[in-house]
Design a protein around this ligand. Structure first.
Ligand code: GYE
Length: 329
């Protein structure tokens, strides 16, 4: 579905990574004073990056922000302007316009939803500042709106979750707890899951990727769909909210109502060890180093792949406490 210029992936395996070979990327910062910056050893130009993060809604996002800030550091040769949009598109658009006004070298952003970027993307394009798209995808009519995209294969994550359900709970009656409606992560996870076990889904509602809204959505769903036996949640935080709602209703999460989740942050994996979650498809947020490499190359005008897919795994209840304790996020 969806049209042109959408960062799309099509990998087949659960554990997979690849890059689709470069369409030449034209980088080039606006700083013409330097030596071109070798970008390798920190002796080149300082690269001025404007990063618009979409929010701080989840454990995944917090870990991603930490990773980005750690990698786009001064020691690594970056001058980072980081702005949190609090899950509001208008805040992101404002931040992007500010980056253009500041004439940064590279703009990076993680779009809260897929549509509504045409105007601002065109403005950025007209300014000549290269865009690196991070995590989520866009759906725009602007031609060639970004140089490169790095993120996870959301559709595959949904498919992996669906395959576990098809094999382990083919009779489950599923309530789907959706992420932020219209976000790449919601649209694609739902599509991947639906293609495998869509006929088992008896109801859907969004919890906007947050624990509090996930809890509220599940409280309502427990009333609306009393025969549900499983929740497929688009992220761990909403699943943790679901646990609270299920327990408050006197039911046992993981047994009376199974929970299949996406992300694999430490709290989510702990819920798996505690047998409250049944299966978790990982979405790895720690790709700041890869992002920094891409930005350096874009700045230096080197070729970069059009897409970089971050590696994902999946976990079931055989996961050990040691694995959870060793988790970096
Ligand atoms: O799964 C969720 C977060 O876009 C991959 O956003 C990201 C998703 C992640 O809020 O926890």
């Amino acid at each position: 579905m969806k049209g042109i210029n959408r960062a799309r992936t099509g990998m087949a395996g659960v554990v997979a990574t690849f890059t689709i070979l470069a369409l030449a990327a034209c980088g080039g910062g606006s700083d013409t004073s330097g030596d071109g910056g070798d970008g390798e050893d920190g002796s080149g130009d300082v690269i001025r990056v404007g990063f618009s993060q979409l929010g701080a809604e989840s454990g995944w996002r917090t870990a991603n922000t930490e990773s980005v800030k750690e990698s786009l550091s001064e020691e690594n040769g970056f001058d980072l302007t980081f702005v949190d949009a609090q899950q509001k598109q208008e805040n992101q658009i404002k931040a992007l316009r500010d980056f253009v006004a500041q004439d940064v070298d590279v703009i990076a952003f993680s779009p809260v939803i897929e549509t509504g970027w045409d105007e601002v993307l065109q403005e950025i394009k007209d300014s000549g500042i290269p865009v690196v798209l991070v995590d989520r995808t866009v759906d725009t009519t602007v031609d060639d709106p970004f140089v490169t995209w790095i993120g996870a294969d959301f559709k595959q994550e949904g498919t992996t979750a669906g395959e576990w359900v098809a094999e382990n709970a083919p009779d489950a009656k599923i309530f789907e707890l959706q992420g932020t409606l219209g976000s790449g992560a919601q649209v694609d996870r739902e599509e991947g899951f639906g293609e495998v076990v869509g006929d088992q889904v008896i109801g859907k509602a969004s919890g906007n990727f947050t624990r509090a809204e996930g809890k509220t959505a599940v409280e309502a769903a427990l009333q609306a769909y009393p025969d549900m036996t499983m929740i497929f949640t688009h992220n761990d935080d909403m699943g943790l909210g679901a646990i609270e709602a299920i327990e408050a209703a006197g039911k046992v999460p993981g047994k009376d109502i199974q929970i299949v989740s996406v992300d694999g942050v430490r709290d989510g994996l702990q819920a798996l060890v505690d047998k409250k979650f049944n299966y978790v498809v990982e979405c790895n947020p720690v790709f700041g180093d890869q992002l920094a490499e891409l930005i350096k190359k874009v700045y230096d005008g080197e070729d970069v792949p059009k897409e970089t897919i971050v590696i994902d795994e999946a976990f079931d209840q055989t996961i050990t406490q040691e694995t959870v304790d060793a988790r970096a996020y």
